[in-house]
Write a protein that binds this ligand. Structure first.
Ligand SMILES: [Fe+2]
Ligand SMILES: [Fe+2]
Length: 271
């Protein structure tokens, strides 16, 4: 039988271990919802298998060197692969989520596949491929906390959209400029493309986290985020070294939420 529904595509993404499995999909796929499926961890074959921990990324000033570019492009490509898998996990785990939210999650997944393809092209341009550098499975370590949260769908939106993807609004701009300074305008353009799309992914999470809550309150997203973000994530993890307030405003985050993230300090860090 041909693979045609969102559920079938998501099962292949999670249960198949190859690059082709991760890139399968169809933006117009039908959403025939069945029961809850909770996949423990994504299948991976060969060099795509995940390890614990990760090497430090090269310094921004080192991106004139091919090996430094490959280390960064590999990391970012793998983040996209894990984002694809986590959206697939959510689509299987939350079959009764509102249809409009499921359409948004599926659209985001398909955009992550585009991002993965763009990074793979940049790796190939440097004579490299995904898996040449070991791949850290960090995002998947967050799933048990999402699964055991009081409201797992809201915990997912807080973890994926409002922490990991919000932080990527900063990392993409930081590395766009570093790639450009290092002489790699093509990779810089990919960072800009990913940044622009991520604004929509953050907006999707914020919109559905706050659905049904009082829209007149400027703190509505702050309160919901703090209630549902799964440990060990927090506002301190929702940003990079460079803070892009404008992108957050375009994603619809309130001024209170932007200030919360901007001023957040990691656990245990003194003033
Ligand atoms: Fe992405
Ligand atoms: Fe994204």
């Amino acid at each position: 039988m041909a693979t045609t529904t969102i559920q079938q595509f998501c099962r292949r993404i999670l249960e198949g271990g190859t690059l082709a499995d991760k890139q399968c999909g169809d933006a117009g796929a039908a959403d025939e919802v069945a029961g809850v499926i909770d996949v423990a961890v994504a299948a991976r074959t060969g060099v795509l298998q995940m390890i614990d921990g990760a090497e430090r990324l090269p310094a921004l000033c080192e991106l004139h060197r091919d090996d430094a570019r490959v280390a960064c492009l590999s990391r970012f490509a793998h983040h996209e692969m894990m984002a694809i898998e986590l959206f697939a996990w959510a689509l299987l785990r939350f079959p009764t989520a509102p249809p409009a939210l499921r359409r948004g999650l599926w659209a985001a997944l398909v955009e992550e596949q585009t991002h993965l393809g763009l990074y793979l092209e940049r790796l190939a341009a440097h004579g490299a491929a995904l898996g040449d550098v070991p791949l850290s499975g960090y995002f998947w370590k967050l799933v048990p906390a999402i699964r055991s949260a009081a409201e797992p769908l809201k915990a997912f939106l807080c973890a994926q959209g409002l922490t990991l993807e919000q932080a990527n609004l900063d990392f993409t701009m930081l590395f766009r400029d570093a790639f450009a300074l290092g002489g790699d305008a093509e990779s810089a353009a990919v960072m800009q493309r990913v940044h622009d799309d991520e604004i929509g992914h953050v907006r999707l999470a914020r919109t559905w986290l706050c659905k049904g809550l009082d829209p007149s309150s400027d703190d509505v997203d702050v309160d919901a985020y703090q209630r549902h973000v799964p440990f060990p994530l927090s506002a301190a993890r929702a940003k990079g070294r460079r803070f892009e307030a404008g992108a957050r405003r375009r994603a619809g985050l309130s001024e209170s939420f932007i200030a919360l993230v901007r001023d957040a300090r990691p656990y245990g860090q003194r003033l």
